[in-house]
Design a protein. Structure first.
Length: 95
């Protein structure tokens, strides 16, 4: 059973769109991590996300890969940048 790792991002004050695109690109290249099937990341085009302006969807082969994904050094490095520049909300569900 696959797992969807969904992340909503709200930039902190003063974070420009160019920085957000740089962050999204740093996430998109994490496809080499174990268990990753696909990564999609982009700018929100509606006003339905309680202020979140960008989103990420990572599909993993199974829930067993989530700890490896979250603890991988490359993901951790992106996480530092995310928390520096954004408020982050994440949700994980099986499908």
């Amino acid at each position: 059973m696959a797992l969807e790792h969904m992340v909503w991002l709200t930039p902190k004050a003063g974070v420009c769109e160019e920085k957000m695109e740089e962050i999204l690109q740093s996430i998109r290249v994490l496809t080499h991590l174990p268990g990753v099937v696909a990564i999609s990341a982009g700018k929100n085009i509606t006003d339905r996300a309680n202020g979140a302006t960008h989103g990420v969807l990572v599909t993993l082969e199974s829930p067993e890969y989530l700890p490896q994904y979250l603890n991988h050094a490359d993901h951790q490095a992106v996480g530092v940048t995310l928390r520096e520049h954004c408020e982050v909300l994440a949700l994980d569900y099986e499908r």
